[in-house]
Design a protein around this ligand. Sequence first.
Ligand code: ADP
Ligand code: ADP
Ligand code: MG
Length: 645
Amino acid sequence: MITRLLIANRGEIACRVMRTARRMGIATVAVYSDADAHALHVRQADEAVHIGPSPARESYLQGDRIIAAAKETGAQAIHPGYGFLSENADFAQAVLDAGLIWIGPKPDSIRAMGLKDAAKKLMQDAGVPTTPGYLGEDQTPETLKEKADAIGYPVLIKAVAGGGGKGMRRVDAAGDFMDALASCKREAASSFGDDRVLIEKYILSPRHIEVQVFGDAHGNVVHLFERDCSLQRRHQKVIEEAPAPGMDEETRESVCAAAVRAAKAVDYEGAGTIEFIADASEGLRSDRIWFMEMNTRLQVEHPVTEEITGVDLVEWQLRVAAGEPIPVQQEDLSINGWAMEARLYAEDPAKGFLPSTGTLERFNLPAAIRPLRYRAERSGTRTQLDLPGEGRIETGVEQGSEISPFYDPMIAKIVCHSDTRQAAALGLAHLVSDAEVWPVRTNAGFLWALLVDPDFMGGKVHTGFIDQHHDDVVFAMNPPEWLLTLAARHQLADVQPKLAGFRLNTSRHTDVQLMDRDDSFTANFAAEVSYDQENYPVLHADHNAVWATLNGKTWRFVAARTDGGGAGAAGDGAILSPMPGKIIAVEVAEGDTVTKGQKLVTLEAMKMEHTLTAPFDGTVSELPVAKDGQVSEGSLLVRVEAAEE
Ligand code: ADP
Ligand code: ADP
Ligand code: MG
């Protein structure tokens, strides 16, 4: 048995593997780059080894250093996670040559499945249906074009060495073929060092169906049913579920049997996934599902399979790699309920999905679905609705972590398991809705909109879904008025007592200015609010601010007085910084006489300028800041002493 395991990865998957190892009494060794010196996976491991600078090429892809780290620390085995070196047959071989256990399939199995053309040939020989097309023995552009013409448009040109959604071009008309081919070959050469392509019929109404398989060293292969990963953006998965909606028992049996045949054809050991593409124009039919490729590793979306089967796939990986047989027979496996996963990315959908980096000042992903309190404050009614379903969070970051630009922007996976598809989708919608993340932007609002979309709820998934529903699911969300009112009330209740002298006469003023990082809003704190299960916010306050999260978007509100005083102006004339930032102008000097409303200092925070003004007539008695200085939130900027009446 393995007693010490090195995990050659980072982020959520490193933490995920360690969790199972720990439960099995196996000690863990993490590896890390410069950027990850303080990462969660490093702190969760029993031991950690630094392997190089931040870029993956100089650290997580340095196979020799990783093997040396295993030797140094006495680890007997290496788990590669996914991505990085997980599908690198040479690395797998080097691990074995170093006398270590490789948690994955044999290098030959990885090689056999590594190129899409060779894999398809192998599958054809094993009697597995493959996508109609041309495998590209002859790579001259003229031949490729002839083959495409014969297949009939639209076609898909695919780099044989491709992966991660790269190196693919859809061609709709013969006239576009040559240009698309040239650009596909260019991308394939630069990304994969191999410009060979194959041509496939482009499947219309396509659905991505994949089957989890598992093999051991004793010749056993089982499947753990299918997943549907049709919700994709740029050929990358966004939401995954198991089982697949609309899959009948006969079709399931046929596709799962084909997957087992595929795994057996390459003597497969360990966890693997056979990906299929289905033409779902007439629902899922066994004669319209074709082999696409095999991923010879644990897949990102493996948790949904774990949730419906009750199997810990990482535990099986460790047992099988140590020589044990798969612990169950095919007949022992069954589907229990429905599970759905959403990938939380640090990116801003409203800005073309631009990656977002920085410190996670707030990061709070609840794993429990909140009981819904449908509440109408006006009438005072309150009913509680419990959603069945359990949440599961897989992440490699926590509040205070830094999102660096070096790695994949996926920061967490949010999973929900329930009895039915509808309950799982609704439960997951609530979990992503409650994802409080600030100031780093995430796709949580986009995920929420997808999950509550009536077509998605109706199971009408296909790989073009996101493009087709783009305008409904990608939007810049502004805080609704009722949310501003709630935030203002929170601010008054929780913040005001701590800011001595922040007196707001509620009988005379009803408007409160609330500032987010980029915007300023006016809230009427006296307004009546009612909110319901569709609009169910999370509010958290500390002594400076209120964080409000609604439908996957988080705002940080700081109250500012509307009656002349600047943000955080206290009654004793202490002007506090409303947020961390830089002083870009100081308009006064100590001892100056100032009049109410006069500009004192200007602060730049999160690309916004905030000018703080004198709350009343008086004298500048303290001025601890200077131009270009950095200030922290709540620190004293200026003190104004009131003029004698
Ligand atoms: P596929 O799309 O081929 O089915 P997956 O959806 O399982 O594969 O995604 C795997 C890919 O995701 C990896 O090859 C890698 O590029 C990327 N990836 C996402 N998150 C991470 C991470 N934390 N570490 C490494 N790679 C990651
Ligand atoms: P990768 O190695 O990048 O994961 P795949 O071959 O698995 O490449 O294809 C990725 C995605 O591209 C699929 O999930 C599917 O959405 C789409 N796709 C692939 N082949 C076809 C096809 N023949 N017709 C339509 N869509 C396809
Ligand atoms: Mg794929």
